[in-house]
Ligand binder design. Structure first.
Ligand code: S3P
Length: 169
């Protein structure tokens, strides 16, 4: 039985949500995606929240979702790409689980990232993604306990990630 939460951090388009959902199934524990949880609570899409309530509101909501998870049984948590840029969020994750950086090379992210669903990149160009990657990669590296090399496709990524977590038990 896993004793702590597994937090997946990384750049938008790194594969956190698709890997996280399947990891949770493999481990037979719940899966939470912070973006989806915020949308569910607010009854609005992430884009609508950014447009009507602003980024700061969304960042506070991310912290709220982390707080909500504390004290609950272990689950796999896929976090929004900006969540680990807030120091308090990093401390919460470090104190209540293990942080895994889903690390996918920038060229692979650029080849299939959907910008229209991501308000911090909406209407943006590849340059915006490159800038955001360069701004954030240091945050992911600094907070993570483990790094998952997600450069070899979904099946290998999932297998490696599952093994990584199995070895923590
Ligand atoms: C954001 C990333 C998104 C989502 C929101 C803001 C960001 O999550 O939380 O659009 O600031 O990078 P994903 O990393 O799942 O795309």
């Amino acid at each position: 039985m896993l004793k702590m939460h597994i937090f997946l951090v990384g750049m938008a388009g790194a594969g956190k949500t698709s890997l996280g959902r399947r990891l949770a199934t493999n481990l037979n524990i719940p899966f939470v995606d912070t973006d989806q949880r915020i949308s569910e609570i607010m009854g609005m899409s992430v884009i609508e929240i950014f447009q009507t309530l602003g980024e700061q509101f969304f960042r506070n909501a991310e912290a709220g979702v982390l707080m909500e998870l504390i004290g609950k049984p272990p689950c796999v948590v896929s976090t929004g790409g900006g969540l680990p840029t807030v120091r308090e969020n990093v401390l919460l994750m470090q104190n209540h689980g293990v942080i895994i950086h889903v690390d996918r090379p920038l060229d692979q992210i650029l080849s299939d990232i959907k910008m229209d669903r991501r308000p911090t990149l909406a209407g943006g160009s590849h340059e915006n993604v490159i800038d955001q990657y360069n701004e954030r990669i240091g945050h992911y590296r600094a907070c993570a306990d483990y790094r998952l090399d997600n450069s070899h496709g979904f099946a290998i990524g999932l297998q490696t990630l599952t093994q990584m977590v199995e070895n923590m038990r």
